[in-house]
Design a protein around this ligand. Structure first.
Ligand code: GDP
Ligand code: MG
Length: 468
């Protein structure tokens, strides 16, 4: 009981007051993509949603009295009473809706004209058009979801492959929130105890055992460090990886690119300098989205437009996750990559089909393939996946961080714990420990949106599309 009392005092003023951000407007937007389609959806949300919807339908009473989450046939009317569209509609009653508010969805014939007339009619009746992400923002403000779950919804919409889809679903279901909450709760509890100790200091009644606190903080610190590392997995799942094919001219880069993508995208020619613009393709390797880029051959002897092409290639290499540096095994003086990309490059020894023997030495240092004959390509795939996801990489089901925003907060939290451990080491006062722990609790709270500010909220939701 005591802890509870201390906890609420501790949080005084730092928890977000979601009511402060809430809008009383009823909002309206198209939820389906712009353009012609079989069906377009217009959704309304807010305290007057049902009223406004009823106001533009011929059978007003039926809409008002409609059973929630049941399809209802309606006749939408223009302002002069003529038919706008025969449509279906669903009403949702607060709090059992996506936003937590009263909401309505109209399923219209998919004409942009019908959609804009419907939105106009809703606005004439008191709605206003929604900002990007405003429906999801309302879901957050009404406590339906937390911030990481809202981000999970954005990721779900943007997912491109098996892994990004799975990661988004996990985040939407709260895998990351749960992991953060667990650590945050432990910290909050410790904070409570330490504040209790401060209260009892005058009576000289020690409440906490410093060694125990130290051990617990060390465990929490380890958990935060692991969470920090989980960004590698999280980011990879969410964004995929960029793999760039580079190397000297004429070593078979474009041939390899075409083989790996299964398409004749890049021009292959025996003349050096054929590829100038970087050619890109999205491929799926074991569920992971890979952006594969073929670049121009890199040579110091080039002039004219080739120089620009080489610059482009270097830029692509710089911003890549992995470089497949291709060398021609058949050439005596095969060019190896510069030192600064060694860390992220895999050497691909190409044209193995032309080898007689005696090149064993070179072959050992690289992945030997024949792009032309399609031999050894599987080895490239497994080497890339192994490099991207080394043994011991976190499993996404444990809840991983996926964004710089998360990483920044986890870091701030971990550094605060570090400082508090220093305070304990130096035998300094409880107030200092409590202040550091409070900072850590707040930093973790920012990830899930327990602690937040307008700026963060605006940034997160403005990335959504309108109507979500
Ligand atoms: N024998 C053999 N020739 C290849 C192989 N890969 C590419 N080539 C040939 O090497 C030449 C240059 O290929 P290309 O893909 O345009 O090289 P890039 O300049 O590095 O993109 C072409 O004539 C290809 O047919 C291979 O594995 N074996
Ligand atoms: Mg090429």
């Amino acid at each position: 009981m005591k802890t509870k009392h201390v906890r609420s005092a501790f949080f005084n003023g730092s928890e977000v007051n979601r009511d402060y951000y809430k809008s009383r407007d009823t909002i309206v937007a198209q939820a389906t993509p712009k353009g012609v389609g079989a069906i377009s959806i217009v959704r309304l949300s807010g305290r007057n949603a049902v009223n406004i919807a009823a106001g533009i339908c011929k059978n007003k009473r039926a809409v008002d009295a409609a059973e929630p989450k049941r399809l209802l046939f309606v006749e939408l009317q223009k302002s002069d009473g003529t038919l706008l569209d025969n449509a279906l509609c669903v009403i949702y009653r607060s709090p059992k809706s996506y936003t937590g508010e009263d909401s309505v969805e109209f399923f219209l014939h998919g004409s942009p004209h019908i959609v804009s007339l419907t939105i106009e009619r809703c606005c004439q009746n008191g709605a206003r058009t929604a900002e990007p992400g405003e429906f999801t923002k309302r879901a957050f403000l009404n406590g339906r979801i937390d911030l990481t779950q809202a981000e999970g919804i954005a990721d779900l919409i943007a997912s491109t492959g098996e892994l990004s889809h799975r990661a988004a679903i996990l985040q939407r279901e709260g895998a990351l929130s749960k992991r953060i909450e667990k650590i945050r709760n432990r910290l909050t509890e410790m904070c409570g105890l330490i504040e209790l100790e401060i209260d009892f200091i005058e009576q000289n009644l020690p409440v906490i055992d410093r060694e125990e606190v130290q051990a617990s903080l060390n465990t929490i610190k380890d958990d935060l460090t692991m969470l920090e590392h989980s960004i590698i997995r999280g980011r990879l799942a969410r964004e995929g990886a960029t793999v760039v094919i580079a190397g000297a001219p004429n070593v078979g880069k474009s041939t390899l690119f075409n083989m790996l993508t299964g398409e004749e995208r890049a021009i292959v020619h025996e003349t050096p300098g054929t590829t100038r613009d970087a050619v890109e393709a999205i491929i799926d390797w074991d569920g992971l989205t890979i952006r594969l880029i073929d670049t121009a051959g890199q040579s110091a002897d080039f002039s004219g437009p080739d120089v620009t092409a080489v610059e482009k290639a270097r830029h692509a290499v710089k911003s890549s996750d992995i470089v497949l540096w291709v060398i021609d095994l058949h050439e005596a003086h095969s060019q190896l990559p510069s030192e600064d990309i060694e860390g992220k490059s895999l050497i691909i020894g190409n044209k193995a089909d032309l080898l007689g023997g005696g090149e064993e030495q070179l072959k050992n240092d690289c992945i030997t393939v024949s792009a032309l004959k399609g031999i050894g390509l599987e080895k490239i795939k497994s080497a890339v996946l192994e490099r991207l996801l080394p043994e011991g990489t976190e499993n996404i089901t444990d809840g991983v961080i996926t964004r710089d925003r998360h990483l920044d907060c986890v870091r701030i939290g971990r550094e605060a714990i570090d400082r508090s451990l220093g305070v304990i080491d130096r035998g300094e006062g409880e107030e200092l420990i409590a202040a550091d722990l409070r900072e850590a609790v707040d930093a973790l709270g920012k990830i899930i949106g327990e602690v937040t500010n307008e700026d963060v909220i605006r940034r997160i939701f403005s990335d959504f599309c309108i109507g979500k």
